[in-house]
Design a protein around this ligand. Structure first.
Ligand code: BTN
Length: 267
């Protein structure tokens, strides 16, 4: 297990290489671990500890080479075996001026961009923040908020399938960067590139541009039929893009509907 704090640290061993956490100035604390159950669970424990101590948790990045109980959205399991992918979570205090939903949507786009830069693979975004290659899932984002009084934190967990094949992972309908490109990418430089990109996005966000960029990278096109479950019900409509908060705009028989959260069942 290796731990580090970003400030003044040189290279840190991780998976098949080394990381340079000193480049991640957006994250004041960085922990690179060998194995944990779930970096989102660890993030939650850390946030609760800081709540109890009435201290401010600085922006923190928690990465682990494997996660035995990684969680996906909507209570699903996420397979995070050693040597196959990138699994990490960053924690950020919610600043009232930051559009939180748009941020979680933008994260997927920044991850997409870093993957494209490193491997040439142009994944597409499925609302709200999944990465797909055609109908095969490459990666996903699990954003969880935690609040005490007026203080809130956002823990954003990211999983990316990198090496081997989806069949090796035992996940039907998934894919990996290797499966799509026919090339095997080392994990450490990929993690460095993804976190570098996230750091830049968080440090100098361009929220007004973000919606347009997300729409350009989406699997969805205006007019696509969508069916989703939300709040115990079902919604059917035509995709019309995102609103300025990153919510989904749907044209339904009773007019335009803005959907803040839900699970896409058909798209
Ligand atoms: C999804 O369902 O698409 C989101 C998957 C998120 C998985 C990652 S792996 C690292 C972090 N820790 C977790 O327990 N989940 C996220």
């Amino acid at each position: 297990m290796s731990r580090s704090s970003a400030a003044g640290i040189g290279s840190v061993p991780f998976a098949d290489g080394t990381l340079d956490p000193g480049r991640w100035t957006t994250f004041e604390n960085v922990a690179c671990l060998a194995a944990i159950p779930s970096s989102n669970d660890l993030a939650r424990e850390l946030i609760d500890l800081y709540f109890r101590e009435e201290q401010i948790l600085p922006p923190t990045l928690l990465a682990a080479e494997e996660q035995s109980r990684a969680r996906g959205r909507n209570g699903r399991e996420w397979k995070a075996p050693k040597g196959r992918g990138l699994y990490f979570t960053f924690v950020r205090r919610v600043d009232g001026h930051e559009p939180v939903t748009l941020l979680t949507v933008a994260v997927a786009r920044w991850v997409r961009e870093a993957i494209r830069e490193a491997s040439g693979l142009a994944a597409r975004l499925k609302w709200p923040n999944d990465l797909y290659v055609e109908r095969r899932k490459l990666g996903g984002v699990l954003a969880e908020a935690r609040t005490q009084g007026n203080d809130s934190y956002l823990a954003v967990g990211i999983g990316i399938n990198v090496r081997g094949s989806a069949a090796d992972l035992g996940i039907p309908h998934a894919t990996t960067i290797e499966q799509e490109t026919g090339r095997s990418f080392p994990l450490a430089p990929l993690l460095q590139g993804v976190v570098d990109r996230l750091g830049r996005g968080l440090a100098t966000p361009e929220w007004t541009r973000e919606v347009e960029e997300w729409e350009r990278a989406a699997v969805h096109r205006p007019g696509d039929r969508m069916r989703l479950t939300a709040g115990g019900g079902e919604i059917i409509g035509e995709y019309r893009g995102l609103d300025p908060s990153g919510f989904l705009k749907l044209e339904t028989p009773s007019g335009e509907l803005i959907v803040s959260s839900g699970e896409l069942k058909e798209w």
